[in-house]
Design a protein around this ligand. Structure first.
Ligand SMILES: [Zn+2]
Length: 300
């Protein structure tokens, strides 16, 4: 079974629900970043949070979640677009903590003091940005707090990415319940109680439950409809050309320094793809920059 997210709507109750499995995405990220079991757990939580937030976007919009804290992980950055393309990295992929690692250990890895920042590119003139202080270092609890206090939408997030005694990620996944604008919060509270009675989401998925069956268990007799089912994948937006444009922004002096070394090697933070710029490629960049400078001087 590949990774996917399901979005449901309980129109009458005024609640939307999302549930996703992200095991494949999390494993791909772990492999690319050569992450320790503890860093894998945190990165998997982050990617799942990004998948949930990404599913709330409209077409071509993007969201980034950044956690900066005092914990050994230091920094976590994850991104999603509206099409379910996920990527992310952590500052310290070598955090050491003996497995098994469950929800209780996540604050030890992430740290409980710091900031959670959500940046959205909604295709408007300015980026939307919301920041809240970390409440617990449990990413799902902190994201719930962010949605309640920064976006002011009563919500509930639960994420699971259990690491077994051998240090392997068993599954990754999560869910998000949210009151629709203008709706009463009581139905959400009732769903939250039902969720409380269920095992942790990581346990549910480990035991063979699916996003659909988890949502069915939570919504129970509440009338709802599945409105979307979308595949999720680890997919970085980087490319040789984008990296080249990034190098150009450094300016001619920086490119001349690189030419002394005969080549420039750029590693993508998010996916560890390596882009090599040889002498010829660097000379082309330098020519383009010098032309642009001459054109600017002539137009003065
Ligand atoms: Zn990349």
């Amino acid at each position: 079974m590949g990774d996917y997210i399901v979005r449901v709507l309980a129109q009458e109750a005024g609640v939307r629900g999302l549930a996703c499995v992200t095991t494949g995405v999390a494993r791909e990220a772990t492999r690319r970043h050569n992450a320790s079991p503890a860093a894998t757990a945190a990165l998997s939580h982050g990617l799942t949070a990004a998948a949930l937030m990404g599913a709330l976007l409209k077409t071509n919009q993007r969201v980034a979640i950044k956690v900066e804290s005092v914990g050994p992980l230091r920094k976590l950055v994850v991104e999603s677009d509206s099409a379910g393309n996920l990527r992310g990295y952590v500052s310290n992929p070598n955090v050491a903590l003996a497995p098994p690692i469950g929800p209780g250990e996540i604050p030890i890895v992430i740290g409980d003091q710091g900031l959670l920042t959500v940046v959205k590119d909604l295709r408007l003139k300015d980026l939307y940005e919301g920041v809240v202080p970390l409440q617990s270092g449990k990413l799902d609890v902190d994201l719930t707090y962010y949605l309640m206090h920064s976006e002011q939408v009563p919500s509930l997030v639960e994420i699971g990415a259990p690491i077994d005694v051998n240090g392997m990620l068993r599954v990754a996944g999560g869910l998000l319940l949210q009151t629709l604008p203008g709706s009463d919060v009581n139905p959400l509270a009732e769903l939250a109680e039902r969720l409380d009675d269920l095992p942790q989401i990581g346990e549910l998925f480990s035991n063979g439950e699916t996003p659909e069956s988890v949502l069915a268990a939570i919504f129970g007799a509440v009338d709802y409809a599945i409105v979307e089912r979308r595949e999720l994948q680890f997919q970085c937006a980087c490319s040789w050309e984008r990296t080249r444009q990034g190098l150009k922004l450094l300016g001619p002096a920086e490119i001349r320094t690189m030419l002394v070394e005969d080549e420039a090697v750029v590693d993508c933070h998010f996916c560890h793809e390596r882009y090599v710029f040889n002498r010829e490629a660097l000379e082309t960049i330098l020519e383009e920059l010098e032309h642009a400078q001459n054109d600017a001087a002539e137009s003065l």
